[in-house]
Design a protein around this ligand. Structure first.
Ligand code: GDP
Length: 307
């Protein structure tokens, strides 16, 4: 199975998927449109969340960074020129340093990610692929009445408060999916693609916007799990972003984001989505409060798709 992922909803689901699909190959294609260089190192928020989740190290309160991390370097940087604007934990920063060093030595982001995955003890059957090998070449810009903000500025520094007029991915047209992503999408032996319950605009959207990806997905069986329950995102700014892009904030809105690609949509058991033409709609409890919820949803998928 191939899974498209951002940094919160899909990683939550991965905790169950990796256990329930324990004998299967999992290829996770991860959004890199929020990546940025910070304090000299490449921060890849979504890749890090996937790596830490599958390595059993993620902070499950926030779904970013490592559990029990310290912030000594970040604190020290506040008293120096150019104080660091994002809270980076000490061990989290070690990941960024190792990644950046591998890139400086000529490794691709895909190779650096594979090396990090092995260091975190992630089994070989799980492949984590950055959507592109062009590090931090895309900028997710949030257009607000106060002007343009980088995604991290909007969400972390401004706590998602400004109104959103539009979301744009600067530089995306000049970036290509990695060779490994193309090979995974071309692989006829692995037909199932799951769009995890991630932000359809800023997490799944950039992957779908890469040249050739939509065309390759036409040959796959595409299943999406809604990140929207009722009329709101379970967490994060997906609702604001979907509205800014002209989509309803509802399971139907999620269908509208993906409809030309989708074969099946999984929505919450309390919701209805009758207007999703040409798509099979299944209902189950899609809220993940604990790991057992994630396993329950993974088991639901397994029962549906076991060959
Ligand atoms: P980001 O990269 O941190 O923005 O994370 P993602 O895009 O991967 O995940 C954010 C999305 O996850 C939000 O739109 C949430 O609504 C969704 N989400 C978070 N928790 C849950 C959950 O328990 N169930 C479902 N279905 N979606 C969730």
């Amino acid at each position: 199975m191939i899974i498209l992922s951002g940094g919160t909803g899909t990683p939550k689901l991965l905790t169950g998927l990796e256990k329930v699909f324990k004998d299967e190959r999992l290829t996770i294609i991860v959004n890199t449109a929020e990546d940025l260089w910070i304090s000299g190192n490449l921060l890849c928020p979504d890749l890090d969340s996937v790596l830490y989740t599958l390595g059993g190290l993620i902070n499950k309160e926030t779904w970013w960074g490592l559990k029990n991390d310290s912030f000594s370097t970040h604190a020290a940087l506040q008293d120096l020129p150019n104080p660091e604007r994002l809270m980076i934990g000490d061990r989290d920063r070690a990941t960024h340093i190792a990644r950046s060093e591998l890139l400086r030595r000529g490794k691709s982001l895909t190779e650096a990610t594979a090396a990090l995955a092995r260091s975190f003890g992630i089994p070989e059957r799980i492949t984590i692929l950055p959507m592109t090998d062009a590090p931090a070449m895309i900028r997710t810009k949030i257009l607000t009445p106060e002007g343009e903000l980088h995604f991290q500025e909007f969400w972390v520094e401004r706590r998602g408060e400004p109104d959103v007029l539009d979301v744009q991915f600067e530089g995306i047209e000049s970036v290509k999916p990695s060779a490994e992503v193309i090979a995974a999408l071309e692989d006829k032996t692995d037909p199932l693609v799951l769009f995890g319950p991630s932000n359809p605009v800023t997490s799944i959207g950039p992957i779908l916007a890469l040249e050739g990806v939509r065309a390759l997905l036409k040959w796959k069986v595409v299943v999406a799990i809604s990140p929207i329950v009722g009329t709101a995102a379970v967490s994060g700014p997906a609702g604001k972003f979907m509205r800014a892009k002209g989509f309803e904030v509802s399971p139907y809105g999620v269908y509208s984001c993906y409809k030309d690609l989708l074969d099946m949509l999984i929505i919450d058991k309390r919701d209805v989505c009758t207007a999703a033409e040409g798509v099979e709609v299944l209902q189950t409890d899609i809220l993940m409060k604990k790991e057992r919820d994630s396993k329950r949803i993974a088991t639901f998928l397994k029962e549906k798709f076991s060959r």
